[in-house]
Design a protein around this ligand. Structure first.
Ligand code: BES
Ligand code: MN
Ligand code: ZN
Length: 460
């Protein structure tokens, strides 16, 4: 059990009374005068995400807490409560519906997350008595997946290189009896992954392709591909220090597909799952790939390197080619691919690209439903011209700085067949500032949305 939950209330549990903007006034009227004046004096208005400690109504009684929430779809107010409240045990009073119960547990847990690898939190997290109306296992699976993604992203590159990422993937796969194989170093050349090798070869930490498969052979085939750049210096076209600072998180796409895979397997969706993660460090050395090098690809065409900092699309290109080769029913990739997606959408929203309107609509609907926002951007084919190369079939960066997220997505599209429904998520994978339920640091973005979309279709 996560240490932010308990299954036994005990005598000193503090009750939480849930109010909404519309229920607050009536609730207030039903309270004794002493409580009414306490609330008035505190200026508390029942706003979503705001907590207020209430004194005992009578001598020797117990204190309680008021929590404002938006409605039964609200997750984040519960996350706020988990960070605001003191250590102790809390139980929700009154009858709450299943949605409220599950969103309460989800938000509480997401808000309680701490990255504890190097430092212990300075308080014990407040514990929530699991509300009976919640289907606990499915909430816990969701929480564990998000924690897994956050932990992977938060771990510094010194301890989350390509080898460690492969070990984490292998470990996770083992827990679900999935197969996991890894192609390492020069074997990438033997097995025809030239771009993964080229991007990763400068690092003393060898590049690799992680390959996980799980599920019944006859189930619908879904393949997830995640960008696993364990540190992105920019390569020889080196990033400035400000741009390099956060680049331990450049394996965020890999973290997302591993966490999503874990969630799919934990809930035993009726899917034949495959996860492909090219894991590399985009490093600098005498053997680094260079600007204007021309790379071979697994797909057979040639790529001119306009910029070694556009490395994600290169490693993803070979992995997508592998994904396409077994003609799956759906391919989804996650990648911290472009700064341009962040300029367009800011840190909160995953940029979604898709060659299939139905798939995109399903993802958008699920995203709206579970407060995990995505925003679709166009695969605007005319901008393919920005990637024209004089010497090769395509350039990885091109001259123009226009529409950087779109040109990156168009580059990936070159490796995908039009008849395979494909979604590409250009994510940030990081909370730059704390928000309710979302502490600073690594974050899963679009993961809950995609899982909800899949669960709706493939729940076994
Ligand atoms: N990993 C970066 C993209 C990135 C940067 C994501 C900052 C989130 C925050 C990626 O490898 C990259 O460097 N992209 C370049 C591409 C350009 C050279 C065509 C970019 O976006 O500037
Ligand atoms: Mn880069
Ligand atoms: Zn990168």
């Amino acid at each position: 059990m996560l240490n932010c939950f308990t299954t036994e209330a005990g005598e000193d549990a503090i009750t939480i009374t849930v109010v909404t903007k519309s229920s607050f006034a009536d609730w207030l009227k039903s309270q004794p005068n002493s409580i009414q004046s306490w609330i008035k004096a505190s200026g508390y208005l029942g706003k979503a995400g705001k907590t207020l400690l209430l004194p005992p109504v009578e001598e020797g009684g117990s204190i309680s807490v008021l929590l404002g929430v938006e409605d039964n779809r609200d997750i984040w107010s519960w996350g706020a409560a988990a960070t605001e409240l003191a250590s102790g045990t809390y139980s929700i009073v009154g009858n709450i519906d299943q949605a409220t119960a599950e969103n309460a547990a989800l938000g509480w847990a997401l808000g309680s997350y701490r990255f504890t690898r190097y430092k212990n939190p300075n308080k014990n997290p407040p514990k929530l008595l699991i509300p009976e109306a919640a289907a606990l296992p499915s909430v816990l699976n969701l929480v564990e997946a998000v924690y897994f993604a956050r932990d992977l992203i938060n771990t510094p590159s010194s301890e989350m290189g390509p080898g460690e990422l492969a070990a984490a993937a292998n470990d996770m796969a083992g827990r679900f009896d999935a197969d996991c194989s890894v192609v390492v170093g020069d074997d990438l050349l033997r097995d025809d992954y030239p771009m993964i090798h080229a991007v990763g070869r400068a690092s003393v930490r060898k590049p690799r392709l992680i390959d996980i498969t799980w599920g019944k052979p006859k189930s619908p085939k879904i393949t997830l591909v995640g960008k696993g750049v364990c540190f992105d210096t920019g390569g020889l076209d080196l990033k400035p220090s400000s741009g390099m600072l956060m680049m331990k998180k450049d394996m965020g796409g890999a973290a997302h597909v591993l966490a999503l895979g874990q969630l799919i397997m934990a809930n035993r969706l009726d899917i034949r799952l495959r996860i492909l993660v090219p894991a590399v460090e985009n490093s600098v050395s005498g053997d680094a790939f260079r600007p204007m090098d021309v790379l071979k690809t697994r797909a057979g065409f040639s790529v001119e390197v306009g910029n070694t900092d556009a490395e994600g699309r290169l490693v993803l290109g070979d992995a997508l080619t592998k994904a396409v080769s077994e003609n799956p029913d759906m391919i989804m990739d996650f990648a911290t691919l472009t700064g341009a997606a962040r300029v367009a959408l800011g840190p909160d929203m995953a940029a979604l690209f898709s060659n299939n309107d139905q798939l995109a609509a399903n993802i958008e609907a699920a995203a709206e439903d579970c407060a995990d926002p995505v925003w679709r951007l166009p695969l605007w084919q005319p901008y393919r011209r920005f990637l024209d190369s004089d010497v090769a079939d395509i350039n990885n960066a091109g001259q123009s700085r226009f529409a950087g997220a779109i040109t990156a997505a168009l580059f990936l599209k070159e490796f995908v067949s039009d008849h395979i429904p494909w979604a590409h998520f250009d994510i940030y994978g990081w909370n730059p500032a704390k928000r309710p339920g979302r502490p600073v640091g690594g974050e899963a973005m679009g993961l809950r949305a995609v899982y909800a979309m899949l669960a709706k279709k493939y729940k076994g």
